[in-house]
Design a protein around this ligand. Structure first.
Ligand code: ZN
Length: 232
């Protein structure tokens, strides 16, 4: 009996979902699922395409980056996931993709402004984008430094990772997280739509102004505020 079966299945399902939602081609994305009690996460193995994946092939890694169980090498981005789990204590799942609209904003090194209610329903603030990694950081240890860069961007911007569940890494792409692996994928799907709409907005009007604060606040609060009334 595999003691980590549930965790592996959660990670497997979430990885399949990024393919199903057209967020990644070939091997260009990875999702992990954390078991906070055991401080272990399951993550996609490196270099495997989505149709080759099986729950039992998910690799288990602890929060020190040590492989706990699994025959295959974990995703090359594993240490980025590890740094995010260590620093953002409430998160239970992380998704990384190279979905084109989110990557376009990351490559332009632009935070995504709140242009409309689609964005405000998900997040009441602009989506942050990190600066480029420094030459020292790349030379030192690229993947954990990518995680450190996200953490530092949140720290210096006084951003709360339990309220903003997305970061764009400059020149690279999006990382999203959530209360489960499935939630983190959902946030990547929403992000891609927000980035697509925002791109069209600036194409139509490069000087488009963000949504007024009172509308942003209304949309955020009716879904996430203490008196939220959206949904059943
Ligand atoms: Zn990547």
């Amino acid at each position: 009996m595999d003691a980590y079966r549930t965790l592996r299945e959660e990670a497997y399902e979430a990885n399949i979902e990024i393919k199903r939602r057209n967020l990644a081609i070939y091997t260009w994305g990875n999702v992990s699922a954390l078991d906070p009690d055991r401080a272990i996460f399951a993550i996609k193995p490196s270099g495997l395409e989505y149709d080759q994946l099986q729950p039992e092939l998910m690799t288990l890694v602890d929060l020190d980056g040590k492989i706990v169980d699994g025959k295959l090498k974990p995703s090359s981005d594993t240490k980025t996931h590890q740094v995010l789990y260590r620093n953002f204590k409430t998160i239970r799942g992380i998704t990384h993709t190279h979905s084109p609209y989110a990557v376009a904003w990351a490559q332009a090194k632009k935070p995504v402004p709140v242009f409309g209610t689609t964005h405000a329903d998900h997040c009441a603030m602009e989506i942050p984008c990190t600066p480029f990694l420094s030459p020292e950081a790349v030379k030192n240890d690229y993947e954990p430094e990518t995680g450190n860069l996200i953490v530092e961007t949140f720290r210096s911007g006084n951003l709360d990772a339990s309220r903003i569940n997305i970061a764009l890494v400059a020149g690279h792409g999006p990382f999203t997280w959530g209360e489960s692996a499935a939630e983190s994928v959902r946030h990547s799907v929403i992000l891609e739509e927000i980035c697509k709409m925002a791109l069209f907005t600036v194409m139509l009007d490069p000087l488009a102004s963000p949504l007024p604060e009172h509308i942003t606040k209304k949309h955020w609060e009716r879904k996430h505020g203490k008196d939220a009334y959206y949904g059943q």
